[in-house]
Ligand binder design. Structure first.
Ligand code: DAH
Length: 340
């Protein structure tokens, strides 16, 4: 019997030493001191022992019980402490760790230019309108008075979905849309993405942006066009900017012109930006052709119009001194962050 008690005690100590979790300690307690525990059975069997044996075994069993109880309680405390420490370790916060840099987003340079141009025209009473990127071939060409053999209709110039639908090659589709939908007078600008089958190089991209403008009112003439676009140029490139209108041809305007601005870099003396000429071409414009003005039923005897279209990338490249259009689409934050 003595041996059995000693055995229980040593075995329990061994198991306790290895235990790392509360559940394990509790299992040991139940196995030894629980209702049917090894030591409990011995203590319960005391009644059947002789007086002599009782005297010998009783204190021994009680001592073992006390010792084990103490060991188990101590182990409970240890396990609890260890669990707490492990959690602390896991949740440890290094207060000396440097903070993570918070990066504010910036507006893309094309967005900045689009917003600046929108503001100029809003201040002049124009409404900024949006249109779909895919539109009818009619709105891209026929409605704009483009002859069936116009080179821009070529499959190598425009992306077609089928005979009737294409990705808009210019924002001029918005002239047709607004003329179809609106009563005169009105004035709109529309800024957005356009598409052409161009191989990317320093000045071409198959996806680019344009701003289209159209004003329809009584008595709109070339002088309104010149005054408006001259004002826009001065706001975009500075108050000393001069403008020059060169005759040109567009199917949807008559007369048509291209507008140049005096070089804001050299002031007109000639430099690398203006390629020595002192002037930089920035847009196409003209008095809108009556065939276009009248396509939605507007009375072309009463109302006249002017329109213009310009590339936003070109304006951004000039304003910000960017020499390769591809930089706008590479999503390199080192580039984009420069234009805040
Ligand atoms: N749509 C022309 C282009 O993409 C630009 C243009 C020229 C638009 C003259 C106009 C305009 O509204 O009147 O090259």
């Amino acid at each position: 019997m003595q041996e059995r008690i000693a055995e229980i005690l040593s075995e329990a100590k061994e198991r306790l030493a290895c235990a790392t979790e509360k559940k394990e300690v509790d299992d040991i307690r139940v196995a030894i001191l629980g209702k049917k525990g090894q030591l409990t059975e011995i203590l319960r069997g005391m009644g059947g022992l002789s007086k002599e044996e009782k005297k010998q075994i009783g204190p021994l069993a009680n001592k073992a019980k006390n010792e084990l109880e103490q060991l188990i309680n101590k182990k409970f405390d240890d396990v609890k402490e260890a669990a707490k420490n492990a959690q602390f370790k896991k949740e440890k916060i290094d207060v000396t760790e440097p903070g993570r840099e918070f990066r504010m987003g910036v507006k893309h340079p094309i967005t900045l230019v689009a917003e600046e141009i929108s503001k100029i025209f809003k201040d002049l009473g124009y409404e900024v309108v949006q249109g779909p990127l895919a539109d009818t071939v009619y709105r891209a060409f026929d409605g704009l008075n483009s002859p069936a053999n116009h080179p821009s209709r070529d499959l190598t110039d425009t992306f077609y979905f089928n005979e009737d639908i294409c990705l808009r090659p210019h924002t001029s589709t918005m002239q047709v849309r607004t003329l179809e939908e609106r009563e005169a007078p009105f004035r709109i600008v529309s800024l957005g993405r356009c598409f052409r089958c161009d191989t990317p190089d320093a000045t071409h991209s198959p996806i680019f942006h344009q701003c289209e403008g159209l004003i329809v009112d009584e008595g709109i003439s070339m002088t309104d066009l010149k005054g408006t676009l001259d004002l826009m140029a001065k706001q975009l490139f500075g108050p000393d900017t001069k403008t020059k209108f060169r005759p040109h041809h567009f199917p949807f305007t008559e007369p048509s012109a291209e507008m140049d601005v005096s070089c804001f870099k050299c002031g007109g003396k000639g430099c690398s930006v203006c390629k020595g000429s002192g002037w930089i071409e920035i847009l196409g414009c003209g008095e809108t052709h009556p065939n276009v003005v009248g396509l939605g039923g507007i009375d072309t005897e009463k109302y006249t119009a002017f329109a213009f279209g310009m590339g936003l990338e070109r304006i951004a490249m000039l304003k910000y001194g960017v020499d390769d259009i591809r930089l706008f689409y590479e999503n390199d934050m080192r580039f984009i962050r420069q234009f805040r």
